[in-house]
Design a protein around this ligand. Structure first.
Ligand code: GLY
Length: 369
């Protein structure tokens, strides 16, 4: 493991040891940083889907350093997230991201019983979104009853955990049905994946694809490719079906072909070549998914590709200065809508950069397992 990764990890811990105090003082869940400040989510208050990445990062840094500050900060936000169980209306399929990395991490790393209960509560909410026509419903708007999205492959990790914890196969069986629908409806011939597929909520039949956060219908939103890569790799780890590994390998092959020469990732692999629109969230997520794939296959080629992405991020887009609270720059929430941030620091980029480095250093807290 190159020592540059160990160094980068230590720098992340040092920087967050200082800047996380600001978030704690303000009592917010950071979504992004700008002008020396942490900024809370632009939508849906504390139910916004990214809330789990702050505690997830704190748990990774606690695993690295043993510094109780990080554990306490993770729990501060973990409590804010479990308070959202009572509001309920804004929670959606992203309870996987939100609670696996907060309560799920606490239960896994410290044996906290209440956190285990909260994790199972969240898994039951995700199960409640399952439509027996064959998919987990993504969002809550009445006109979106049939929407399924590629990102959900990551949320399935909450269901794998719940089956393991309870010994009840319901959760993993549901995950398998959703993964098979995703395989059938999202994976394209060229190894790319759609972002949103609308299904008939009565029958499960395909209605149409929507472009979602990507450039255009039929294009390749890079973060969606990264979610698919990592999500199918995890499906193979937990469900053991060869078809999920094959899907992850096809998506990975397509992904690495599109990485820019500087190791960074465009927001959409089909965007106009003259458009400079980078999304480093995609690169950071893929750097983790590729390492997962390398572990699963024993093929070091994927580790090399993960290094290429991580080196690109560290070399060009890591801001270690004090003027910015977070680290990874050039994160872009959505191709056409800059409301949630364009070419800026978005906190879950820092989470996945830290996870990628923890993996390289053999210290990963394994929060998705
Ligand atoms: N899961 C939503 C996104 O990646 O923006």
């Amino acid at each position: 493991m190159p020592s540059r990764y160990e160094d980068a990890l230590n720098r992340i811990a040092d920087k967050f040891r200082v800047t996380a105090e600001k978030a704690a003082k303000e009592g917010i869940i950071p979504y992004k940083s700008a002008e020396g400040k942490w900024i809370a989510s632009p939508y849906d208050g504390n139910s916004w889907w990214t809330g789990g990445f702050w505690p997830g990062l704190m748990w990774q840094l606690w695993t690295l350093t043993g510094d109780g500050f990080f554990r306490d900060e993770a729990r501060r936000v973990g409590q804010m997230l479990t308070d959202e169980f009572r509001t309920f209306q804004k929670l959606n399929h992203d309870v996987g991201f939100m609670y696996l990395l907060s309560a799920g991490a606490d239960a896994k790393l410290t044996g906290n019983e209440q956190a285990r209960t909260d994790t199972l509560h969240a898994a039951s909410l995700l199960m409640g979104r399952f439509n027996p026509a064959g998919f987990i419903r993504a969002w809550n708007e009445p006109e979106r009853t049939g929407y399924a999205i590629i990102d959900c492959m990551m949320n399935l990790a909450l269901l794998y955990r719940a089956s393991r914890e309870t010994g009840d196969p319901r959760f993993r069986n549901t995950a398998r049905i959703h993964a098979d629908t995703t395989l059938r409806e999202f994976l394209r011939e060229d190894g790319s994946v759609s972002h949103i597929v609308e299904l008939d909520p009565a029958t499960g039949a395909r209605v149409r694809e929507h472009p979602g956060q990507g450039y255009a219908p039929g294009s390749q939103w890079s973060r969606g490719q990264a979610w698919g890569l990592y999500g199918f790799a995890l499906a193979y780890r937990h469900l053991g079906e060869q078809r999920y590994l094959e899907a992850a390998l096809r998506i990975a092959d397509n992904f690495v072909k599109h990485v820019r020469p500087d190791g960074l990732t465009d927001c959409d692999f089909c965007q106009p070549p003259e458009e400079e629109r980078i999304d480093n969230l995609a690169g950071a997520i893929a750097a983790c998914g590729l390492q997962e794939l390398s572990q699963l296959t024993g093929d070091a080629r994927w580790t090399k590709q993960a290094e290429r992405l991580t080196d690109g991020l560290l070399e060009h887009c890591a801001d270690w200065g004090e003027a910015r609270c977070g680290i990874l720059t050039h994160c872009t929430a959505s191709y056409h809508d800059d409301g949630a941030g364009r070419h800026t620091n978005i906190l879950y980029g820092d989470y996945f950069l830290a996870e990628a480095l923890m993996r390289f250093c053999g210290k990963d807290a394994e929060l998705w397992n």
